[in-house]
Ligand binder design. Structure first.
Ligand SMILES: NC(=O)c1ccc[n+]([C@@H]2O[C@H](COP(=O)([O-])OP(=O)(O)OC[C@H]3O[C@@H](n4cnc5c(N)ncnc54)[C@H](OP(=O)(O)O)[C@@H]3O)[C@@H](O)[C@H]2O)c1
Length: 269
């Protein structure tokens, strides 16, 4: 069996699967939820406040999708337990987890506070781990099937000034992905890391207001532009489909090539 990026083929493979997407109130998480609903998955969308999920929920229903909203704060262990219980009972199973909730603090390393560090590491790394653990224990291991996609970043493999806690968290996401893949492969669960490059969302919109910076960035991306959320859809569908059964523990960069060599300023001709 092969996995195709053809939407109709994906629909056949993923129809009636149940997906949980964390951090689905906006940005990449909202997009991932819409893509999965669009190929027939029933989707559980989460964020810290149910109100913030109304728009995502409506967008999914507008395309005929089915979804349930669940409140989840990934920095709170009790919230993870309650939300995972609610998520499993919503549709009776969870086949797919997209561990997307995340945050960032951009500062020179000398200005990073203890609180900044804890916020970023607790949300991006500890939160993702305990969400994965809860869903694996309550749904995927009993079902002997699961597809977990941890959202990483180019900082999973690359250093950037001003992003030390974030880079540490995303390097950890890559390492956690490998360890969980090794641990849970025996249960029919694959665990992979989808690592986007530079995509304009609420988290970083202020940077994209600076046209000079966007030009600077675009010159360093081999395909010549920042990413659009649609650029992530095929990679996501590959990782969550049944056909990716022999693909696990991997980090897939979807970054327009920024990590392959032109990250330093080229001399002007
Ligand atoms: N944008 C990029 O270029 C880019 C590149 C690489 C990786 N990423 C990663 O992709 C993910 C999504 O990024 P984005 O740009 O879409 O970010 P965003 O627009 O800021 O959205 C972040 C999402 O995470 C949720 N969230 C934050 N803290 C949470 C917590 N403690 N508990 C539960 N949910 C929480 C937010 O929900 P509420 O605030 O509504 O609770 C929101 O839905 C992040 O993990 C980010 O690190 C982004």
């Amino acid at each position: 069996m092969t996995t195709s990026i053809n939407p109709e083929s994906n629909r056949a493979e993923l129809n009636d699967q149940v997906a949980l997407v964390t951090g689905a109130s906006r940005g990449l998480g909202r997009h991932f939820a819409r893509v999965l609903a669009g190929v027939g998955c029933r989707v559980i969308i989460t964020s810290r406040a149910a109100d913030s999920l109304v728009e995502t929920s409506q967008l999914i229903r507008d395309v005929g999708g089915r979804c349930e909203s669940v409140e989840l704060d990934v920095r709170d262990f009790d919230s993870i337990q309650a939300a995972s219980d609610a998520a499993v009972s919503a549709f009776g199973k969870i086949d797919i987890l997209v561990n997307n909730a995340g945050c960032n603090v951009r500062k020179p390393a000398v200005d990073v506070t203890w609180e900044d560090w804890n916020l970023v590491i607790d949300t991006n790394l500890r939160g993702s781990f305990f969400v994965a653990q809860a869903i694996a224990k309550k749904a995927m291991i009993p079902a002997a099937y699961g597809r977990i996609v941890n959202i990483g970043s180019v900082t999973s493999v690359f250093g950037y000034e001003g992003l030390t806690p974030y880079g540490a968290s995303r390097g950890g996401t890559k390492q956690m992905t490998m360890s969980l893949a090794d641990d849970w492969g025996q249960h029919g669960i694959t665990v992979n890391c989808l690592a986007p490059g530079w995509f304009k969302t609420a988290q970083n919109a202020v940077m994209y207001e600076d046209a000079d910076w966007v030009e600077y960035l675009s010159e360093r991306i081999p395909v010549g532009r920042p990413g659009h959320v649609d650029d992530l859809s095929s990679a996501l569908l590959f990782m969550v489909g049944p056909g990716s059964r022999y693909y696990t523990g991997q980090t897939m960069l979807v970054d327009g090539g920024i990590t392959v060599g032109r990250t330093r300023a080229l001399p002007k001709k």
